[in-house]
Design a protein around this ligand. Structure first.
Ligand code: ADP
Length: 453
């Protein structure tokens, strides 16, 4: 600044001296005035260029000026560049932040103090049917119109989440959402939504399961308690006592079978899939199943005139790998069901088949009552019975097919059922090629099925 003043005064002095030398005192005055006017003019011109640039500043191209204005332009451009860099960094951070929220598996909506949507991720869009761009600045209660949400929003008490139906899903299984508002900043709100359909379904299944188990246990328990009371309160003859005790034993056996099946199911659910390196002793397994089935058939149909025809085809020329005890359970459940549901004089055929893809299939074909098509998709659900009374009469727990389905799925296969009402049923277990291996040589070791599966 001092230098500028000094050079300005020096220039005026030089001009004044030159004027005085040339024209005397008047020349000196004219030189000083002329120099001042020129200095003011140049300064104004520089100032105007600076202001013109400041109006639409381009930090990369400041005006090239000398002196104070040049310095100002240079410093302004530098400050501007620093600010622009800061703004770029902030925008980048915001972009990263929004991308992270976008990647969240939960729905996120940012609401302003009026409840208008400032931003929402795609998941929230799916949950509530909101368009992430088009619906910006719309009031959330205009777009999310579930009464339960409207009441929750109006209550201003957001300590707990609210459950409501969301968009998507099917008519039989609509999407269920858990939604919660979290106030932040100056009246803003963060709205989080989570798809809890699977959770709600698991919850309902757990409740159903507990109710079913309680019901299954309560029935024999009630009968048992009734017999105990009768025996305690009435004087009974010896034959009557024996009869009651026999009926009590049948009820307690039923409860035992139920508990055994429940334990087996929970063991199946909690253990890893059976190894593919463990070969099964198929001849032993099948002979155990056959002995059991024939004994059951004789027990259920002692009438020798119309016995059931049980036909077991020859053993296959291959073997299976997996858990022998589980496979025995699965196969004997199907054969025993065929025996239990097929009337006297009917037939049951058990045969093996090698599939073109290298897999294997065992099918159990009976000439029993068959099953109506509407029941087929639900077979394999726990406690699902087509014929309740028949199932209970023959000691069924309603868990046999659930166990079978679980076992075959653990072996990578599937349970296939085809049936026509009145014309018998075919239950088949299909195993993938990885579970099929050549039949063992006579001296090769295979795992025998456990006795009590
Ligand atoms: P349950 O112990 O009642 O037999 P399952 O899970 O083994 O339970 O079978 C479920 C239901 O499927 C049975 O209650 C029965 O109604 C039906 N079912 C199973 N196998 C047959 C079959 N071979 N023929 C006709 N109905 C069958």
């Amino acid at each position: 600044m001092a230098f500028r003043l000094f050079s300005f005064v020096l220039t005026l002095l030089v001009l004044g001296c030159l004027g005085a030398w040339w024209l005397g005192w008047a020349g000196a005055l004219a030189g000083v005035l002329l120099g001042s006017a020129a200095a003011v003019g140049v300064d104004s011109w520089r100032g105007r260029r600076f202001i013109a640039w400041v109006r639409e500043p381009d930090a990369a191209r400041p005006p090239v000026l000398r002196g104070l204005w040049g310095e100002s332009a240079y410093r302004t451009a530098r400050a501007l560049r620093a600010e622009q860099q800061k703004a770029r960094d902030s925008a980048q951070r915001l972009g990263d932040f929004l991308a992270a929220i976008q990647a969240s598996p939960d729905g996120v909506i940012l609401l302003d103090e009026e409840g208008r949507i400032e931003w929402c991720n795609d998941i929230a869009g799916l949950h509530f049917g909101i368009h992430p761009q088009r619906d910006l600045l719309q009031h959330v209660s205009n777009l999310v119109r579930e009464p339960v949400f409207t009441a929750y929003y109006a209550s201003k008490n957001y300590e707990r989440e609210v459950r409501m139906f969301g968009r998507g899903g099917t008519a039989s299984q609509p999407t269920k959402l858990s939604v919660q508002l979290h106030p932040y900043g100056n009246g803003h709100k963060l709205m989080l939504s989570r798809d809890v359909t699977a959770l709600a379904l698991a919850d309902a299944m757990r409740r159903d399961f507990v109710a079913n188990v309680s019901h299954e246990i309560r029935t024999p328990l009630t009968v048992l308690a009734g017999f105990v009371e009768t025996m305690q309160s009435l004087p009974l003859t010896e034959p009557e006592r024996a009869k009651y005790l026999e009926m009590m034993a049948a009820q307690s056996a039923r409860m035992q079978t139920l508990v055994k099946d429940l334990l087996l199911l929970s063991r199946l659910e909690g253990s890893p899939p059976p190894s593919i390196h463990e070969a099964v002793d198929l001849p032993t397994l099948m002979s155990q199943c056959e002995t059991e089935a024939r004994a059951l058939s004789e027990l259920l149909h002692p009438d020798e005139e119309r016995p059931q025809a049980l036909r077991f085809a020859a053993l296959p020329a291959f073997n299976l790998s997996g858990a022998a005890s589980e496979l025995r359970s699965a196969i004997s459940n199907l054969i025993n069901n065929a025996v239990r549901y097929t009337p006297a004089g009917g037939s049951i055929d058990v045969r093996w088949q090698r599939l073109p893809d290298g897999g294997a299939r065992i099918e159990i074909v009976d000439s029993g009552p068959g099953i109506l098509p509407e029941h087929l998709p639900r077979l394999g659900e726990r406690f699902y019975r087509v014929d309740r009374s028949r199932s209970r009469e023959s000691g069924g727990t309603g868990l046999g097919l659930a166990i079978t389905k679980h076992v075959v799925q653990r072996h990578g296969g599937e349970l296939q059922v085809s049936s026509q009402s009145g014309r018998g049923s075919t239950f088949a277990l299909v195993f993938p090629p990885q579970r099929v291996r050549p039949a063992p040589a006579a001296d090769e070791e295979v795992s025998a099925p456990a006795a009590a599966a």
